[in-house]
Design a binder for this molecule. Sequence first.
Ligand code: PMP
Length: 336
Amino acid sequence: MSRYDVVEQGPPIEVFQMNNLFLNDSHQNKVNLTIGAYRDENAKPWVLPIVRKVEKQMAEDSTLLHEYLPVLGLEAFTNASVAMLLGQDNPAIAEGRAFGVQTLSGTGGLRIGAEFLNKQLHYTTFYYSNPTWENHHLIFMNSGFTTPRQYRYWDAKSRSLDIEGFLEDLRNAPENAVIILHACAHNPTGIDPTREQWERIADVVQERKLFPFFDSAYQGFASGDLDRDAWAVRRFVERGIELVCAQSYAKNFGLYNERVGNLTFVLASSKQVAPVKSQLTWIVRGMYSNPPAHGARVVATVLNNPALFDEWRSNIQMMSTRVIQMREALRAELIK
Ligand code: PMP
């Protein structure tokens, strides 16, 4: 007899189960389409040269201590992350109404954002695309949201974005519904709205007073260009919409297991920044107290140094070019 006898076996997480099936498969020409992690031409994980370089410098730097970071994270990291997302010259930054919170990668950003929206703004309804990355639902439910809804996204018949269905579902959403939007490189379909379609989405968000929650897990990966991949978020900000955006450095820095992320807030005015930050501080305090430093230091070092930043950009370019080539090659082989 154990008090744990009442615990039932939970279901497996599909993507990890698929990955195990792949690892145990003895087929010579197997192809892994499960976890979205970059592989080089030998199908091996790739540490970005820029990351190796900065880590070597850090190993010799005796000023780097293992003291706690502030609850909301390393400021050199969060400020640089906000600038990378919104663009250095964004008026929202100059006006002091945009700020970032360091999070445990993209997942942690989604979780802190969802907790905040539920506990502080009392939002309870969230919309996610059909289909989407399977964790959106769980994160929002565990954060206290009670009403999950889907919006149409992929049209299997025409094999394209169902923009009319998407907009109709948003028009029927209640005020203050949180709309999870993939900033670029939609997972799993890979199809993003055009700029004109984004404008129409923003129209409905404003008309119906919805709250956009961007998920930016692949900035730089979709097009190879950091600015182009942030266009939708920047356009919403330009239109005066308040929003949050969870950013992940798992893919574009290859820092998957370091859990490096940022949650950007853009408010209508700087007046509410201090109280919002204070409530976020309490949310983080009650969950994990403060974030880890290593990955955030690597990213901050690169983003704040123009020469290193350029090197990183060429690393991203390499990865995104290879991803695009691999997709085209796979498609060609499948057709054949
Ligand atoms: N959002 C989307 C759409 C994703 O595909 C991923 C990673 N697969 C994430 C968020 C979060 O990943 P991480 O927590 O590793 O940053």
